[in-house]
Design a protein around this ligand. Sequence first.
Ligand SMILES: Cc1cc2nc3c(=O)[nH]c(=O)nc-3n(C[C@H](O)[C@H](O)[C@H](O)COP(=O)(O)O)c2cc1C
Length: 371
Amino acid sequence: MRKAARKRIPRFAYDYLSGGIGLHSALRNNRDALDNVIIIPRYLVGNADHPRTGCTFLGEQYDFPFGVAPVGLGGIIWPQAAQHLASAAQSHNIPFCLSGFATASIGEIADVAGKHAWYQHYMCADEKLNEILFKRALDCGYENLIITVDIPTVTRRDHDIRNGLSVPPRLNLRTLCDAARRPRWAMETLLSGVPQFQNYREFFPKNANLEKIGMFIQEVIEGHASLERLKRVRDQWPHNLIVKGVLNPDDARDCLHIGADAIVVSNHGGRQLDAAPSAIDCLPAIRDTVGPDFPLIADGGVLTGLDIIRYLGKGADFVFAGRAFMYAVGAMGKPGAAHVMNVLSEEFRCTMAQIGCGKIADLPGFLEPGS
Ligand SMILES: Cc1cc2nc3c(=O)[nH]c(=O)nc-3n(C[C@H](O)[C@H](O)[C@H](O)COP(=O)(O)O)c2cc1C
C-alpha cells in the first residue's frame, strides 16, 4: 500500500505522510521496537480455532481492539480521505478519530460515522475557540474527546519545509509540477475542492491570504496543553477524556489524577522528537504506574494485524494506526479504506489462532520474556 500510494499521490503529500522528524531515528525505532517483540506460539491447546476479537472499550463494544488515529490534512493525501475512513470504520465497527486539523468538519464526520467518530483537539491559545469546538463536538454527539499534548510548539520537519508545506505554506512551481504528474489525484482534488482546515476556517481573519492563515494556525497550535488546562477541559467535557502523546510514567500518573479516562501512549508517529522512545518500549513502565485497570491506547509503527497483537501483549488495551490507513486510501482511493480494515482484521484473527490464543486478555502470556 505504501509503495502504491507513493506512485499515486504527489511527492509533497507522500513526504508529509511517511516522514518523521530530524534524521528519522524515532520513526525507524518505532518499527524496530515492534519487530523485536517476539511471540511464542502454543499449538497443542486447541482453544483458539475461533478467537474472540471483539472488545468493550470506554463503554463501547467494538469488533476489534484497534481504530484509526487522527491524521491532520488528510485531504492532501487523497480527497475525502477522512470521510472514506470514517464510513469504513462505521461499517467495520471500529472507531475513527477525526483530527482537529482534518480537512473534514466535526459535523460531517458525525453524520458519516455516528458514535464511531471520536474527536481529537489541539489546545488553542484562545480558550474561546476551545469552548466553541468542544461544544460543537458535544452537540454532534461525540463521546470521546482526545487532547493531544505532544505539540507544545510549531514543529519543524525538513521535508515539509522543502516542499512548501510549512506555516505559512509556500507553494511553488515544483509543488504544482509535482501535483500535475499525478493526474488522478489532481482531477479528484479539483472535483472535491482545495483541502481546507474545515473546523477552523470560520475563525480565519477576514480576507486573509495564505500567509495570514498560516500565522493564524500557528497561534492556534501554540496553546500548550498544561495540566491546569487539562483539568479545565475535564470540568467542561462530560464524556470520555483521552490524553494523547504520553510517554513518561509521571505524565501518565498526572492524567490519571486529573480524572482522564484513558491515555494514548504515543510519540506521534516519530514526528515530534527524534530522540523520543517508542510507545511499545514505554508501555510496561506506564502500565506499572497506572495499574491494571486504567485504559491504555498505544500507537506507532503499526502496519499489520500482528503489530496490534504485539501492542496488546505489551499492556495496551487498544491500538491506533495512522499511516497504515492513509497509505491504503492514497493507493486505492475510497475502496482502500475498507480494504485495509479487512486486511488488518483478518491478520489479527489469523495471528490469534496461529499462536493459540483464544482471547485478547491472554495475549501478554504469549510474549517471550524480556522481548
Ligand atoms: C501525516 C500525519 C498527520 C498526523 N496528524 C495528527 C493530528 O492532527 N493529531 C494527532 O493527535 N496526531 C496526528 N498524527 C499522529 C497520529 O495520530 C498517530 O499518533 C501516528 O500516526 C501513529 O503512528 P503510525 O502512523 O506509524 O501508525 C499524525 C500522523 C501523521 C502520519
